[in-house]
Design a protein around this ligand. Structure first.
Ligand code: E4P
Length: 211
């Protein structure tokens, strides 16, 4: 499993990137809006920090508009992956873009049938949102397991990105389900590096050393 970082904040991306464990970035319109900067500028800056897939999401709801946005986003940097919402229009756009060898990440996936449609349309990535399923009392991790089982059963090459990750336990469950990628918010990523016994151990080592 690889780590992507799920943020549009350039400082967070720089800091996470310095750890050397981030292989890509996912953004969405809400994350971009939080930055209060021009979309294209943010995406370009991110693409110059992380050498890996950078997901940038379209806002059109019709396939035609999605394709136009995708073509503009592609011009920013070759690593840009077009994030497209899981709708019938989104699937139509994904089929067309995939044939043009443009990489698509189908987002807002909440069921196996949605994941299958994305894969059949040729999406490079599919993003099931586990935290948002948990929020409504469903089981996000169970969905990951079902998608992984189905994709493995049919040898589907579309990579699965565990998205909407809220805590360390989600990372562990995503890894156990065998997903290709977990896209993790900065705070959760940093929290995942910590353990109270590590801190206590350092404190004791230093105390003993100074005696
Ligand atoms: C993924 O690509 C999305 O940007 C993200 O994981 C959504 O997470 P949220 O449900 O915490 O907003």
């Amino acid at each position: 499993m690889k780590y992507f970082i799920d943020t549009a904040n350039v400082d967070e991306i720089k800091q996470a990137s310095e750890l050397g464990i981030i292989r890509g970035v996912t953004t969405n319109p809400s994350l971009i809006a939080k930055e209060g900067r021009k979309f294209e500028d943010v995406i370009e800056e991110i693409a110059n920090i992380v050498d890996g897939p950078i997901s940038a999401e379209v806002i059109s709801l019709e396939a035609e508009g999605m394709i136009e946005e995708a073509e503009d986003l592609q011009k920013i940097h070759p690593n840009i992956v077009i994030k497209i919402p899981m709708t019938a229009e989104g699937i139509k756009a994904t089929s067309i873009l995939s044939k043009e060898l443009i990489k698509v990440n189908v987002t807002l996936v909440f069921s196996v049938t949605q994941a299958l449609a994305a894969a059949m349309a040729g999406a490079a990535y599919v993003s099931p949102f586990i935290g948002r399923l948990d929020d409504v009392g469903a089981n996000g991790v169970a969905l990951l397991e079902e998608i992984m089982w189905t994709f493995q059963r049919y040898d589907i090459k579309t990579e699965v990105i565990a998205a909407s990750i809220r805590n360390k336990e989600h990372i562990v469950a995503a890894a156990a389900a065998g997903v290709d990628i977990a896209t993790v918010p900065y705070k959760v990523l940093m929290d995942s590096l910590k353990h109270p016994l590590t801190d206590q151990g350092i404190e004791k080592f230093l105390k003993d050393w100074n005696k």
